[in-house]
Design a protein around this ligand. Sequence first.
Ligand SMILES: Cc1ncc(COP(=O)(O)O)c(C=O)c1O
Length: 482
Amino acid sequence: MDRLASLAPALRAAARRHGTPLYVTDGAALDAAADAVRAAFPDPWLRAYSLKANDLPALVARVAAHGFGANVVSRGEWSLARRAGLPNAAITLEGIGKTDADLRAAARAAAAGEPLRWVAVESADEAAALARAVERVRAGARGAGEPLRVDALVRLNPAVEPETHAGLATGGRASKFGVGADEVGAVVEAGGGADGPIRWRGIHVHVGSQLGAVDAWRDAVRRALALLALLRGGLPDFDTLDVGGGMPVLPWRPADDGEAAVVAGRRGAFAFDDDPRASGGPAIPGPARFAAEVPALLEGIPPDRRPRRLAVEPGRALVGASGWLVARVLHVRERTVPPGPAPVQRSGAHGLAVVPPGAATDDRTRRLVVVDAGMTELVRPALYGAEHAVVALTSLGRAPRPDATARPARVDGPICESTDALGEHLLPPLRRGDLVAIADAGAYAASMRSTYNGRPRPAEVIVEPDGRLALARRRGSLASLA
Ligand SMILES: Cc1ncc(COP(=O)(O)O)c(C=O)c1O
């Protein structure tokens, strides 16, 4: 049975108990995803969950229980990882926007004997700032004579063309992320060279998110390995390669046979291609497909120049598919409109590109449905045209009948922006008060929410495998907006 069909009663119960909009994580699905990624990247791989995908501490702790550390981009995410119970030794700090306060905190943690696993450095400026922070903390510490060093990687811009939406690509030459291979030496020097306050440990690379193929990723890892091999000669501790995240989720789609009226669907519109020899077909590479590339790439490097530590930092692949955003219908309106625009080319595997209103049918009568979740809870459609399936959890106040007729409906959010649109979906009869579920809302949804239009943050609930509902974050109060 489709997972949503069995989850639907819990989603309805959660909405009754905690109100809408509501983020719900399917705990069993999350556990399965974490196990799959771990199986693809087993020990001695260092696995760090990238908190930017979803920073809910209960969820971070749950992922950690499957053998993951954390990858954070700010002191805020760092504190959430700590709240989830992770020690600094299992936490890496990266990100394009590290402040002096972030770098100072990393230096202080090292001085306190609880260093982060490493800091990934984005530029020569940042290397110099980190080196200064370490020197200052060392000078101010008791026993100031002690050498204090912070482990760091250099973030490489691999200059590849990632097979994903432009808004999710980070590995292109023109992107703001990382430094070119020819700049890495200058970064090391700016951070004090081989014996300075920074202990240079290796290379960090991240190509982009929801990657539709492994080719750019493979090129990026090959380039990073070559650079690492080159620098290892002069930097005795340069022994680590972090290959970033980027592994995709299979977009959830309603069943094709009209069962969209009831809660049924599948992830099978696309399949994971976990066989490195298979080619062609509408397949998305699963985590094992990425991992399978690595041995051959290592073979190309002399044994004494290979990294001793390999690390991976997925986000979406761990939490994306297990999250549902539950919303309540506010309005249903019928309107006669001019013929719609030609359907857009869907970007297939990436699950991106919203079907423009009117594209899904020649019927000029439009059903316009406004729900109480929108770009403030799930900004991806407005931000880069991401598609998220919408299905009915109730129809006219009850669980949808299997024989209910599904008709296209344009689903919009409640925010005062025209881009606050969730696309066109086949839905059964709906009225104010009915519940819908928005799929694939586990990653880059709650962590990207905003309070625009004076909207407090929604509650977040985890459905345990036994059906129990665990409240993981309370709904924000009106007072919290002040
Ligand atoms: C440096 C870095 N690592 C890891 C990730 C996680 O990526 P994903 O969620 O695609 O696995 C990101 C996401 O943007 C990132 O920027």
